[in-house]
Design a binder for this molecule. Structure first.
Ligand SMILES: [Cu+2]
Length: 129
């Protein structure tokens, strides 16, 4: 279980790098490994909600509880830009335009408060346990 979670979070970070590497060094073994990791990732994501949707100036759900090792993805479904920035500086998204996403993997238990730097009254919380 620990191994699986670790693989998932590494994969989340590594996918863009791997895709770029694959474009340069096309190797069938790497493609296969990447497909398997994606399948695991999908399975985990359907088991636990790991998504925060930004809509109408609200982070939803406002408090999201996830297990340690989870990659949380914020999606801006609003038609104006938003950010998701940790109050303690743990994570910081770039400005997300409509339909843009930001992901962060929580490897330590705790409560992570965050807000939108453009609209500081927009706040949310990720509880990692
Ligand atoms: Cu905002």
């Amino acid at each position: 279980m620990t191994m699986t979670k670790k693989n998932v979070c590494l994969t989340g970070l590594a996918i863009p790098v791997m895709v770029a590497a694959l474009l340069l060094l096309t190797g069938s073994r790497n493609v296969e490994a990447n497909d398997q990791a994606s399948a695991v990732n999908t399975a985990v994501n359907t088991a636990v909600n790991t998504a925060v949707k930004i809509d109408n100036f609200v982070f939803g759900p406002q408090t999201l509880t996830v297990p340690v090792g989870t990659t949380v993805t914020w999606t801006n479904s609003d038609d104006i830009p938003h950010t998701a920035v940790s109050t303690d500086g743990v994570f910081k998204s770039k400005v997300m335009d409509t339909d843009e996403k930001f992901s962060y993997t929580f490897s330590k238990a705790g409560t992570y408060s965050y807000y939108c730097t453009i609209h500081p009254k927009m706040t949310g919380k990720i509880v990692v346990q």
